[in-house]
Write a protein that binds this ligand. Sequence first.
Ligand SMILES: [Zn+2]
Length: 439
Amino acid sequence: MRSRVYINPLILAIISFLWIPGVSAAQPLKIFHIDVEQGDATLFVSPNNKTLLVDSGKNGHGARINSILQELQIDTIDVFVNTHYHEDHYGGVDELVRDFNIHIRRTYDRGDKDFISDSKRNQASFQDYYEFVGHRATHLTRGMSIPFDEEIDVTCIASGGVVLGEVDPVPAVYENDMSLALLLQFREFKYFIAGDIGVTTEDKIAHRDIVTSVDVYQANHHGSHTSSSWLLLEDLRPTVVVISNGNHAGYMHPRATTLNKFKMLDPQPAVFQTNKYYQGRLGANTADEFIADLESVDQDGTIEVAVDNETTIITVRYRDQEMHFPVKRAGEKSPLKIESLLPNPIGPDRQLELVTIKNTSDDTIPLSGWFLRDRSGKVWTLSLEQHIEPHSTLKFIRNGMAMSLNNDGDEIILINPSNEVVDRFQYSGSTEGEIIFAN
Ligand SMILES: [Zn+2]
């Protein structure tokens, strides 16, 4: 049975009725996916009126960013982040400074300017970027956090293709894959934005389960077929996807294959586009009602995502539309994880297969109601043990349980007492006596 993430209209009406009059004076977090056609410019305005701009569209699109800033009466960007050195991500920033007197306090980029090509270095738009902000940019590396707002964590997950937790760092080969990847967390709300990273960097993030169960995902690389890998999507499981795209015949964003992947997720996310794509062939569109600019020529395709201060409801606004989605509950951020499996023990599998479960929380977790399930649907209950201590692991020996750890590979899922899947462990084979650890 597929479950939809949308709140049905009746419930929505009730929530709106209950919520809007009751909202306290505390401001929401607002995120503007500014319509810069084929490019990115994402403006975050915190409840304390702090501003973070991630990318700045193409040359000439500084005016579009400025018009949003004027509407909000903002003349200072506290932090500007350039995800990577492509013009559709830094083109407009010099215009903001030079033509519109926007003050930019701090800038971060992916560094490594000594290693970029001469053709890039000599490109006029890159020189503009460098002259106005890039020369004083801080090189953002994995694990660093950006001082945006004291209530909001912004952590760098990847930079230059090197991801958090990578032991022997292997830098990316392509500029897109070198993009800065950021995870923004505001109380219960999680948002992932990563410029134009593609499958290589995405899968490195996914293999380490660094970013899981987000609320909003700004689709990598404008919804390209070279991004939004299935492994990453299975980790992210976003409620809302926003694609910043233009009606560009060459790039054909978003790609039909990418939109199809979003549809395969369960629950299926709501997918929004800044602009409708009209050029045929490999590109495609989400439903018209989820597209902000149906003409794709002017600048009215900006999509605002707002999150109330209690981080309960996500509101998506564009043209005359407004939709609401629940922020994922803390219960979904599971305290228990599968740490390792032994599918092929020395001795009888039916007795000696082994699963190790880790409690990553500060609480003692009762095990009643927790169980594992394999691809065939058979289960292995964990409640023979009473509880698991904080920050400790417990080993569970199969001892005749119906569910087996298939020696040829399997997917084992961990299910909590509310019947929610809270962890997945995939492996593709086994060696006798070898324990397989989660990445
Ligand atoms: Zn791009």
